[in-house]
Design a protein around this ligand. Structure first.
Ligand SMILES: O=C(O)CCC(=O)C(=O)O
Ligand SMILES: [Fe+2]
Length: 368
């Protein structure tokens, strides 16, 4: 019988020792054929809320970026800013139209993502650079901290796209498909401009200086991490999760999904809802750094990913952060519950304590 492949995940155990645990590669499990979900992927039953996607649906507001641009009619712009503000305050999530990123660029991303996950395990493993100094990167798993924690039903590769200086001398991009880096860089460059426009518009929507958030971002030193997720069909979608509940540490996250929809779920009014988010459409989600910077005006959503029994689903999450050495300050006039934090320290804290049962990481930035 062919051997199933494993990722090796390093963690520090409760006595402070460095341990390595072997984590099965989901694509390999599925390739070998499965009639039941392996025990390591069974999630403890969350109270009254099975993960499968037969869930209440949550309409996600649309924001038209073209209408937010300078030069559009003042009334139109004010109306769109009001929509943006309402979406940011109520859910922290919205889908965007009018962004100007071409179908060729989005199609290029889709093709290289499917191309990469279509490779054999050995090809994938062999063509992704090895990160020595950057946490949580490469082809493997996030947040495995023990031999017995329930595992996410996911395969993923994570790439630090910017700043380039953080990965100098290390070839971090998958070498296959050969246009992986080119396609992702074209997408990232254009997406960054769109996210900058949204950062400006968000500040204006809250009657702040346009650069209130934007001033923390810098072309040469801002952080862009790409997390490219592959969710294989799962034999028991009610028992497993693609990603366990979490917030993103980012300021803003830009997401796109291919292959299938109905994976992303958001906790709203104490209930899990499946986000109504069509394939190939860009979705913006606020992360904890935005909640802190906006002093609680924008809330980072507590979200998770459900699995499905048919059809692979892929998503690309682009996490956009100020430079890791930057100190961000909550703008005045919000909830008053936050203090300043160093971006890198906040992200390290979130990684260290994740996964958590509730939205705990952000307490790090709260005034006690
Ligand atoms: O796949 C998705 O829809 C969401 C992914 C996500 O939440 C993440 O990568 O942080
Ligand atoms: Fe996320």
């Amino acid at each position: 019988m062919e051997e199933v492949h494993y990722h090796e995940s390093k963690f520090i155990d409760s006595s402070g020792c460095l341990r390595i645990t072997k984590v099965p590669v989901v694509q390999e499990l599925v390739r070998h054929g499965l009639d039941r979900l392996p025990d390591r992927f069974i999630q403890p039953r969350p109270s009254g809320s099975p993960p499968s996607s037969r869930h209440r649906r949550l309409p996600i507001p649309f924001v038209d970026v073209a209408r937010l641009r300078e030069g559009s009619d003042l009334g139109v712009r004010a109306e769109e800013q009001a929509r943006l503000r309402a979406a940011a305050e109520e859910l922290g999530v919205f889908v965007i139209t009018g962004h100007g990123i071409g179908d060729d660029v989005l199609g290029g991303v889709r093709d290289v993502v499917k191309g990469f996950f279509g490779l054999s395990f050995d090809e994938k493993k062999g063509c992704v650079g090895c990160y020595m100094s950057v946490d949580n990167m490469g082809y493997g798993r996030n947040f495995v901290k023990s031999d017995d924690q329930p595992l996410d039903w996911i395969d993923r590769v994570t790439v630090k796209a910017f700043p380039k200086s953080a990965t100098e001398g290390v070839d971090v991009w998958p070498q296959k498909p050969s246009n992986f880096k080119g396609a992702m860089e074209a997408y990232t460059e254009q997406s960054r401009d769109v996210l900058d426009e949204i950062l400006g518009a968000l500040a204006e929507a809250f009657s702040l200086e346009k650069r209130a958030f934007l001033d923390y971002f810098d072309r040469d030193s801002s952080d862009v991490n790409l997390r490219i997720n592959c969710y294989m069909p799962c034999p028991s979608p009610d028992l497993a999760l693609g990603i366990v509940p979490h917030t993103d540490a980012s300021a803003l996250t830009l997401l796109i999904q291919f292959g299938a929809s109905d994976g992303l779920q958001i906790l709203n009014d104490g209930e899990w809802h499946t986000a109504e988010w069509p394939e190939d459409v860009l979705l913006v989600s606020a992360g904890d750094l935005m909640e802190i910077m906006s002093d609680g005006r924008v809330r980072s959503p507590w979200h998770r990913v459900a699995t499905r029994s048919i059809a692979e689903r892929f998503s690309v999450a682009m996490f956009y952060n100020p430079p890791s050495t930057a100190t961000i300050w909550p703008v005045k006039g919000g909830s008053g519950e936050f203090r300043e934090v160093v971006v890198g320290e906040y992200c390290r804290h979130l990684y260290e304590i994740s996964p958590t049962k509730g939205k705990d990481a952000i307490n790090f930035a709260k005034i006690l």
